[in-house]
Design a binder for this molecule. Sequence first.
Ligand code: ATP
Length: 606
Amino acid sequence: MIQYYVISIQPNLENQSFMLILSSLYMLFSILAESLAKMEETTKRLELTSIMVDIFKQVSPDHIAEIVYLLQGKVRPDYEGVEVGVAEKMAIRAIAKSSGTSQAAIQAKYVETGDLGEAASHILEKKSQTTLFAQEVTVDRVYNTILKMAQVEGSRSQDMKIKYISSLLNDASPTEARFILKILLGSMRLGVAENTIMDALAEAYTGERANRILLEEAYNVSSDLGRVAHTTAKYGLEGLKSFKVTPFSPIRPMLAERIRTESDALSKMGVGFAAEYKLDGERVQIHMADGHVEVFSRKLERITEYYLDVIEAMPDISKSSNIILEAEAVPINTETGEFLPFQNIMHRRRKHGLEKAISDYPVVVNFFDILYVDDQSFLDEVYEKRRQMLQYVIKEGGIARLVPMMIIKTEADIVEFMESSVNAGCEGLMVKATDSIYRAGSRGSQWLKLKQDYQKGVGDTLDLVVIGAFYGKGRRAGTYGTLLLATYDDAQDMFLSICKVGSGFKDEDLDTLYQILNEKILTKVDLRVDSIMEADVWFAPELVIEVVAAEITRSPIHTTGKADGDSGFALRFPRFTGRIRVDKSAEQASTAEEILTLYNGQAKSY
Ligand code: ATP
């Protein structure tokens, strides 16, 4: 039964003011929570879509964005940097405050159930539900409380946050509490990728799932699914035409497919394609307009403060002051001019002493694409034209460079260019079709990547999620000596174990990782993690690190690629490369599918 905050909906309304009330309907959170519970029980994309279609059809266009963000465990698009993340300890204190139960008893229930949301719902069930002044828990209220909570800062922020959480829990039913906590802790396991949400939006508001593609176009240039949802709900497909490339809304990056050899490039591209050095730094999207500059990461997070040197230089670098550019920022030794390892950029990722870090770890900005200039989108221009404009608009010198490019006609050309790229300290080449437009948000065959690494070992570096750890012994006592790593499975929204890694770590890496990982400790294995191996410590699956390995083998003790009764995949002789991939989210880690492709490629190359 559909229940709204305004309970009765009468058909055939004549009364205007009642229509007004209807248009600002608030959905009860219990309705959403019920749907979330159903979604948790299925991994089938069609079922997930149809549950979401039902929800979307019930909610007013003015509140659809809230629902879409909550479904993704967010409150705002990533680039606004509003973090929901609440630590377990804080959540336990809030549950204790609302229920009058001791923190120890909550902890015990948590260990028993394996999920803090679940534990809270059991505990709150026992609490008397007859609170006299209970306020209705609407989606709008949950959303706004979480948003306010995410924005509080300052010395009393912990107490304020606990107050906000417990104010919700005081009025929530056990099921509502379960999902409120799951959202806050980031432990909702719905398995809904952005594309599935867009399928559901297209079906709910346009009657045609195939229209997803139009929603996707809007999403690719806005990186804001809530805004796409709101516009579709309110103005239909016509409304989506208003989505244009706009400075300060990051554009989803175009990505590349792997190739293994130079001759693969020729067989995929024919002759007359472009090759560029593949630099090993951080991908940055730089937006400049109205005398203002912002920098966004590959994950579309706002990272402006880490690049104040670049911001300052931008007006001198670009001939246009109304522009969106893509570049690879690479740390450099200013005396020798040599590129330095990527991890030097990590030193800039700090709250204190940022100015010193910026001057101690200088970068050069290597421009490789232009997405917008002088009020005009360049996404639909072909590579050739974009490169021409880039060469015209960028004034090289100081920290600004153009990525070296060569038009490849023969295999000898590409072999030679690959060699000079590697000699210059780069990873290899990016191969780009000269007649291709910029396909925002897609990984296709118009861009190919050829790394030196692909030519040895398993064929590539892998970006894996740290899910657990084993305590170090001897010299490594007091740190985590070995980490348990996982791939990401987007169909199930699960992290599947693939190897233990204990080599490649320098002492300072172990210290840094220990500090980062200690913020992510969980009492029990995360619900999104599937591991047969028992770690000493479990972590929230968030941190991505890069590893190389000698070989991919079949293994019964890891769950990546494991079907019923079958073996999974494991990495032989994995080694940490020294790169913590702060620029990737856990959901952007290597997938089981990629492992399978590399495994098959490996077999062929024997
Ligand atoms: P990788 O792990 O290889 O960096 P990725 O998954 O981060 O891959 P891909 O699209 O697969 O992203 O590889 C392209 C990446 O290479 C870009 O995200 C960018 O950071 C980097 N890069 C370096 N040089 C270039 C270039 N000339 N053109 C485009 N991207 C470049």
